[in-house]
Design a protein. Structure first.
Length: 802
């Protein structure tokens, strides 16, 4: 029986080559999109699920409530973890993790001389042995319970050890130097971590080592919260996170009674990858809303492909009426016919899935570039993938094949054998129209979403941020005391280059992802303000280098010792100072020191446009300078970069040179949204393509059914435009009707998406007009191509059988 179904399916495919090609093309593209989205979503949902205690691991985060709103922070004070361990002995494990950023690693040879130099942007952490009892990693050498117990020891991952020493076996017992200050001995090797983790661990330094690097006061200071200091713990099986959260209020009151603004709570490891308010160490978070959007897009496109199949299959049903009549006369009942037609659909879907898999393999490199999939990600037929494909085959077979099977099996033998079946007698006209409307509604939602996403990304890329960001090269500088003494010499050498206009040392660019915040008092206030201030350390050339606009007072004078501050307008508004000039001469108390305010700058965006402008204080602090900004003339940037690197390497031969342009750094703020907009563009194009395939097929079939009518109309004097109008008007009405459903849905979805941005575009009517007109134009071109072909046909050929 199955062989018979297969033969019949093959005959029908070959008999109706054009319709078969349309069906297979539509289904193949729809299935390919579904598979690609499945791969992306499966990867995103798999983050850190390989840890055995995955469902009981939590990170402590906090909300900082102030007059201007809320700040979401992942850090805890250094004394937080020791206090938690003491006050909550029932916790299975608790550990501190301190992240290192842009760490300089120097590999030493047997004589202690510099052998190699590396810069590790991420992946360096200071932690305790408990970390490896909370998280499960495979160890190649070393006891995870003892490896990080002593100061000045380090564990490396396999690839890191091989990069430094050639093989991981050679790394054991060898020495590396961290930031040219701390000598560390390698006494443990871990297997490389998988790609689906939010812990980019490459180098784990023992936590006692950090006590030899930071000021001793940090370890008892409850008021100092760094985002790089994090706490992870494992709850006992009988305790819920909500129970624990309720007790954290009294815990904080006990240890830091003056802090009334922070609310500490647990964040589940399962939420770490999806909560964009509290970014993970990799900063590769993706919201659950984005995941849901991808799933819905995949489902919509698959539905569009199935609708195509249903429309074309029911329209083609007339051509198989006699076959159905004969089968019924010979004894087949409706159940047999439904099974037969579903079997035929199954074989078509099977063929479409095969083509879809080839498409997925072909486009996977492109998808990797616009998603978070790792560069070496490949389609592998694991049990999950195989199960998804089987489920997809069965689902598409039922969705696409069941209704056409009902229509075909429902034919009356007498009418079928007398060739009295027409589009009207087949029935389901209203359903086919509804399906066309649904197709184009989905397509228009995707078109509108794409237009809005692209417009928002253009807005954030081109918005005036309040400072200059063009042709500014950002170069990292060492922070050790010896290197600090070379900064003025380095600056003079840079300024001697004719292509360099300005040079400024600072802790962060005006807009940065690494803003530092602290409590402060302004003017004659006797207690700290109820909101934090963002601190930027910059020399006197910081203001002209970034072209910050002064609205009152002056910038501070070049000096290594004088302490003066410049604040922004937002800070003054929040402390109640109405006129910028009134702030000049007042003091701002930061870190226990009163600093006179000498100037006020116009507000500038200090973070991404998702966030409001923060209160900011800029002051000179040579020990805090981490990078130098070089304002370059746009004449010979490439040659200037090479010269800058040469000068830097001559000044700091023991360090690794690292530089990039400011506008490139700012673009990284919106990497996720840019990728999402690119996906929207692709999926919108695919939805339109599949919809047009189905529309073309339906128009072609209607044209064949109306061949004689068209011939008679032409004989009676109908023009080309009359014939095209006859064939296209009903379909164009359906496309226009799709706007009614698509526009409100698209507005609601994208309005919610835009809420993530503090600064956003208004959703204009023109976006809906462009989407509606575009869909109508595409549909008209698709329909007209076949309609004109039918209209110019010789009426003699159409009427010769009459």
């Amino acid at each position: 029986m199955l062989l018979n179904y297969f033969k019949i399916a093959c005959r029908n495919l070959l008999r109706n080559k054009a319709f078969s090609l349309l069906n297979i093309a539509g289904l193949s593209v729809g299935v390919a999109v579904a598979v690609l989205i499945f791969l992306i979503v499966r990867f995103e949902l798999s983050f850190d699920t390989f840890h055995k205690k995955y469902d009981r691991i939590y990170r402590v985060v906090n909300e900082f409530t102030h007059e201007a709103g809320k700040d979401y922070q992942v850090g805890v004070p250094f004394p937080f973890v020791p206090a938690i361990k003491t006050d909550y002995p029932q916790l299975e494990k608790v550990t501190t993790v301190f992240e290192g950023y842009n760490s300089q690693i120097t590999v030493l040879d047997e004589q202690g001389a510099i052998d190699k130099k590396f810069k590790e942007e991420l992946g360096v952490i200071f932690t305790e042995p408990e970390f490896f009892q909370i998280f499960d990693y495979k160890w190649l050498a070393g006891d995870p319970r003892k490896v990080l117990a002593e100061p000045n020891v380090v564990a490396l991952t396999r690839s890191t050890a091989e990069k430094y020493f050639g093989t991981w076996q050679k790394a054991l017992g060898k020495f590396i130097k961290l930031d040219n200050k701390q000598l560390l001995q390698v006494n443990g090797i871990l297997e490389d971590l998988p790609d689906n983790t939010d812990f980019p661990l490459r180098i784990a330094v023992s936590f006692p080592t950090i006590r030899r690097i930071l000021d001793a006061g940090e370890f008892t200071n409850w008021g100092s919260i760094w985002s790089s200091t994090q706490c992870y713990l494992v709850l006992p099986k009988n305790q819920s996170s909500s129970q624990f959260n309720r007790s954290l209020g009294s815990f904080l009151k006990k240890h830091h009674p003056d802090d009334r603004n922070h609310i500490y709570k647990l964040q589940a490891l399962s939420d770490l990858h999806f909560d964009t308010r509290y970014p993970p160490m990799t900063y590769r978070s993706i919201s659950k809303g984005t995941i849901l959007s991808l799933v819905l897009i995949g489902a919509f496109i698959l539905v569009i492909a199935c609708i195509n199949f249903v429309n074309l299959a029911t329209a083609q049903a007339i051509g198989r009426a006699k076959e159905t009549g004969i089968r019924k006369v010979l004894g087949s009942n409706r159940g047999h016919l439904i099974v037969q037609f579903l079997g035929e659909t199954f074989f078509i879907v099977l063929l479409a899935v095969f083509v879809a898999v080839l498409l997925v393999i072909a486009v996977l490199p492109l998808v990797r570039s616009i998603s978070n999939l790792p560069e070496d990600f490949q389609l592998t037929f694991s049990l999950e993938v195989a199960g998804f494909l089987i489920l997809l085959i069965l689902l598409v077979t039922v969705l696409a094949g069941f209704y056409p099977a009902l229509v075909l099996s429902g034919f009356q033998p007498v009418q079928a054998l007398k060739s009295k079946m027409t589009l009207q007698t087949v029935g389901g006209i209203s359903l086919r129209k509804a399906l066309v409307v649904m197709q184009f509604s989905i397509s228009q939602v995707l078109i509108i979403a794409t237009l809005i996403a692209i417009s928002q990304m253009d807005f954030v890329r081109n918005k005036d941020l309040g400072f200059n960001r063009d042709a500014i090269l950002m170069v990292s500088v060492p922070q050790d005391s010896i290197s600090q003494q070379k900064l003025q010499t380095l600056k003079n050498r840079f300024l001697a280059l004719p292509a360099i206009r300005k040079v400024s040392f600072h802790s962060a660019a005006p807009s940065s992802s690494s803003n530092s915040q602290t409590n402060f008092r302004f003017g004659k206030a006797t207690e700290d303000a109820k909101f934090p201030v963002s601190l930027i350390a910059g020399d006197a050339d910081y203001f002209p280098a970034f072209q910050l606009q002064l609205v009152a007072g002056r910038t501070y004078f070049p000096s290594d010792t004088a302490r003066e501050a410049v604040v922004n307008e937002k800070l003054l508004r929040q402390v109640g100072v109405k006129h910028a000039q009134d702030a000049i001469g007042q003091t701002i108390r930061i870190n226990g020191k009163n600093v006179p305010v000498v100037g006020v700058v116009k507000d500038f965006h200090n973070a991404s446009l998702r966030d409001p402008i923060a209160p900011i204080t800029i002051l000179a602090s040579k020990s805090s300078y981490r990078q130098v900004a070089l304002k370059i003339k746009p004449t010979d940037i490439a040659q200037t970069q090479r010269t800058v690197e040469q000068i830097w390497n001559e000044t700091f031969p023991e360090y690794v040179y690292e530089a990039n342009f400011l506008d490139e750094r700012l673009a990284e703020f919106y990497e996720g949204e840019t990728k999402l907009a690119a996906l929207f563009k692709i999926f919108a194009g695919i939805a339109i393509f599949i919809g047009c395939l189905g529309l073309y097929g339906l128009v072609s079939f209607v044209a064949v059914q109306k061949t004689k009518e068209i011939g008679i109309r032409k004989v009676l004097g109908a023009s080309l435009s009359n014939i095209v109008s006859l064939l296209s008007k009903d379909f164009l009405k359906l496309v226009l009707l799709a706007n009614v459903f698509a526009w409100p849905l698209a507005w609601w979805v994208m309005q919610r998406w835009l809420q993530d941005f503090e600064y956003r575009i208004p959703i204009g009517w023109w976006m809906f007009a462009i989407a509606g007109f575009g869909a109508l134009l595409i549909a008209l071109v698709t329909i007209s191509f076949q309609a004109i072909k039918a209209a110019v046909a010789n009426p003699v050929v159409a009427l010769r059988s009459e």
